[in-house]
Design a protein around this ligand. Structure first.
Ligand SMILES: Cc1cc2nc3c(=O)[nH]c(=O)nc-3n(C[C@H](O)[C@H](O)[C@H](O)COP(=O)(O)OP(=O)(O)OC[C@H]3O[C@@H](n4cnc5c(N)ncnc54)[C@H](O)[C@@H]3O)c2cc1C
Length: 416
């Protein structure tokens, strides 16, 4: 079934009886060439590109719950490529370019909206650091523009420019950044993979690996044993738990991150705005809700829910940045489990176990990465070579001391 304007009109005139399910619900086969564990954004994108770009059809995605039940359905939907370090920026810019063509590639409306992101700066030193980051972005082919205060006042007059502690002096803008509908991304990739023969198997939890003579042969699941030529793990916040079943300990911790949405308001926020003096960021959904978030909860957890101290902390950040938010009502909040790596950057790599590959450590920035991560992981699984934009995301960077410490806060997952 192909989606088009013509199809929408036809269905409207014939009682919407022709729409089918977006993907099949197949029984697991005894074995596959490639098994992907985790039906989040990264697992589904990997399956999509394996089938579409690398011609692999004997592929299964095993998801313990339902598609979208993890972080991919819980994030604040921001997409951007405003990184500094050479190990990161080309990868995230590759992802941005894939976002720009995603809806055509998947034939699905994922509501990719390039409404821009502005990172605010509050001191001269911070402006210099942002200028440097903007230059690094442009060298990698991304767009970046430094806004002074007067320009910013016209774009976002509601900001607290004259805050005594954190005066806003300007911002670094990436116009091509923005948001995408997270569910639409899941459904688009799932449908695209399914159409090309990938089996998407929900309610199928991987409970163990069958490993013989140092090579993976398949996975034990809640729906029985499934053989596999190769196994790719993309389970985000559950990375350490799943990889422990293969005897591996990861340089990673799991923490909760919360997000919030207000009641629907008139259009106010131009794109995405991030506070530079505290952890708070905000955008506005198409329904009018202010979508915002801040810091992770301060302790390790696998629970998909957050705690009140962080609610208070995030709202304090909002009040410092844009006091008008105090007049709005909070509609709901929720939490997801973050796979926080020790340097804040991800891993897309083979493991020492033959046939077992790992994708994780996305921290709270993996939504924007899903297209490039899926592409790079598919490239690695299909060719056994890292994709050029992901070649720095290796396990051994911690042993070699070549960490990719974008935020410069060292091995502190709770600070990234
Ligand atoms: C509140 C919040 C806000 C965020 N905001 C942003 C943002 O604005 N921009 C951005 O870029 N990123 C953001 N992120 C981060 C982003 O959502 C994640 O980094 C990314 O979604 C993680 O990759 P994923 O989609 O594959 O993860 P998930 O959707 O979590 O997928 C992993 C899947 O693996 C499954 N799984 C786990 N164990 C097993 C098992 N044993 N067997 C089978 N399946 C298993 C899980 O059920 C899950 O569905 C945010 C995250 C949260 C929680």
């Amino acid at each position: 079934m192909k989606f088009s304007g013509f199809r929408v009109v036809k269905e409207a005139l014939t009682g919407h009886k022709g729409w089918g399910a977006l993907w099949r619900n197949p029984e697991p086969k005894p074995d596959y060439d490639i098994v992907i564990i985790g039906g989040g954004g990264h697992g589904l994108a990997t399956a999509f590109y394996l089938a579409k770009t690398f011609g692999k059809a004997r592929v299964a995605v095993l998801e313990k719950g339902w598609l979208g039940s993890g972080n991919i359905g819980r994030n604040t939907t921001i997409i951007r490529s405003n990184y500094l370090l050479p190990g990161n920026e080309p990868f995230y810019e590759f992802s941005m370019k894939l976002w720009e063509n995603l809806e055509q590639e998947t034939n699905f409306n994922s509501m990719v909206s390039q409404r821009g992101i502005i990172n605010l700066f509050h001191t001269d030193g911070q402006r210099d650091a942002f200028r440097r980051r903007g230059n690094a972005m442009m060298l990698a082919g991304a767009d970046a523009r430094l806004l002074d205060q007067s320009e910013l006042r016209k774009m976002a007059p509601f900001l607290n420019f004259d805050n005594a502690r954190f005066p806003i002096k300007g911002g670094l803008m990436q116009s091509r950044a923005g948001t995408a509908r997270h569910d639409g991304v899941v459904w688009g990739y799932a449908r695209g993979a399914d159409m090309r023969g990938v089996d998407i198997i929900q309610n199928c939890e991987v409970t163990g690996f069958r490993i013989e003579n140092g090579a993976v042969k398949g996975v034990e699941t809640s729906r029985g044993y499934i053989g596999a030529g190769k196994v790719g793990v993309a389970v985000a916040g559950n990375s350490s738990r799943v990889m422990a079943k293969a005897g591996m300990r990861l340089p990673m911790e799991s923490h909760v991150l919360q997000a919030f949405v207000s009641e629907g308001l008139k259009p106010t926020i131009p794109g995405v705005i991030t506070f530079g003096a505290g952890h708070f960021y905000v955008s506005q959904s198409d329904k009018g809700g202010l979508v915002f978030g801040g810091d992770i909860d301060g302790y390790n957890s696998y629970a998909q829910r957050g705690n009140l101290p962080v609610v208070e902390d995030v709202l304090e950040g909002g009040m410092a940045l844009m006091p008008m938010i105090g007049r709005g009502r909070l509609l709901r909040s929720w939490g997801g489990v973050m796979d926080m790596s020790m340097d804040g950057s991800p891993i897309i790599d083979r493991t020492d176990i033959e046939g077992l590959y790992f994708n994780g450590g996305w921290c709270y920035g993996g939504f924007k990465a899903a297209p490039a991560s899926g592409y790079a992981f598919a490239h690695l699984l299909a060719t056994d070579r890292p994709h050029e934009t992901a070649s720095a995301y290796r396990f051994d960077r911690f042993a070699r001391g070549h960490i990719i410490d974008e935020k410069g806060v060292g091995a502190q997952p709770n600070l990234h």
